[in-house]
Design a protein around this ligand. Sequence first.
Ligand code: ADP
Length: 329
Amino acid sequence: MALELTGVARRYGDVRAVDGVDLTVPDGRTVALLGPSGCGKSTLLRLVAGLEPPDAGRIALDGRDLAGVPPQDRNVGMVFQDYALFPHLSVADNVAFGLVERRWSTERRRARVAELVERMGLTGTEGRRPHELSGGQQQRVALARALAPRPSLLLLDEPLSNLDRTLRDDLTRDLARLLSGLEVRAIHVTHDQDEAFRLADRVALMREGRIVQEGTPDRVVEEPRDAWAVRFLGLRELVPPTAARALGFDGPVLLRTERFVPAVDGQPFEVREAVRIGPEFELTLFAPAWGFDLRWRVRPRELGHDPRVGDVLHLAVPDAAWTPLGVPA
Ligand code: ADP
């Protein structure tokens, strides 16, 4: 069983916000929809939620065509960017909200709220209002509210994007743990690569209304489809096109510097910048033989000393470090 999108499109005047999307989200999987601001992620989520209709294409959940099905009848839970908790309602009433709408009996409602409050680690906060909670607790209330009616699909619209970096890292971990224990299908919209890779089993890269690549996080990083994907993923390993041509490649190529190994008979590289990042150094190296700069990360003990600007390092570059990309830029 799955959520299946086929040829889904939505335009606003001349803007093709969503431009023919095919995507499948299997049971128990989290797919991160990753793309720059304005590429159509939120629009796609709204179409799936039924908040607006597509102009073309089909959206089916577990084989059922959702065309014309109103949002409340889609069995889809949503967590918004700002959580959109009801400020005047207690935690328990926020969590119960969808159950009241669906006319669950008081007894069933109480039991379900208690179960979620416990599961989300919110015990003791039931009577509080949202403003009396931490950011992390608010996030969990929003998640509990979305999960309460047992949706068969969870939509997360940049739920972490308004937070500062430290809190965000903590909450990403929390959310990853919660999602992996829930076995619920989820689409997680984000423009943040780290978040997508930590939370999702699969990543769909979206650009200008289209999904340009979809796969496991490893696969997407190992085999980015084109130069745009490389830049967007921040891989910083793309060989400058003129240098690539000079080296005999007829399309874009990545140089995987993590495959470089120090070796006395290796090729010389000049250290142009050395920045310590935790236990490692990130070096900007100039390769005289190739005529371009590249980045390489290394632990001082691999070199036997702390690298300094001006040093010349000898590194073996295995053939496998060169990865031509399938599609020309
Ligand atoms: P993202 O979520 O990736 O930032 P959006 O889905 O919000 O992207 O927007 C995709 C494109 O559609 C943008 O160019 C945006 O300006 C446009 N757009 C989105 N919603 C509307 C709307 N209600 N009316 C007009 N244009 C819209």
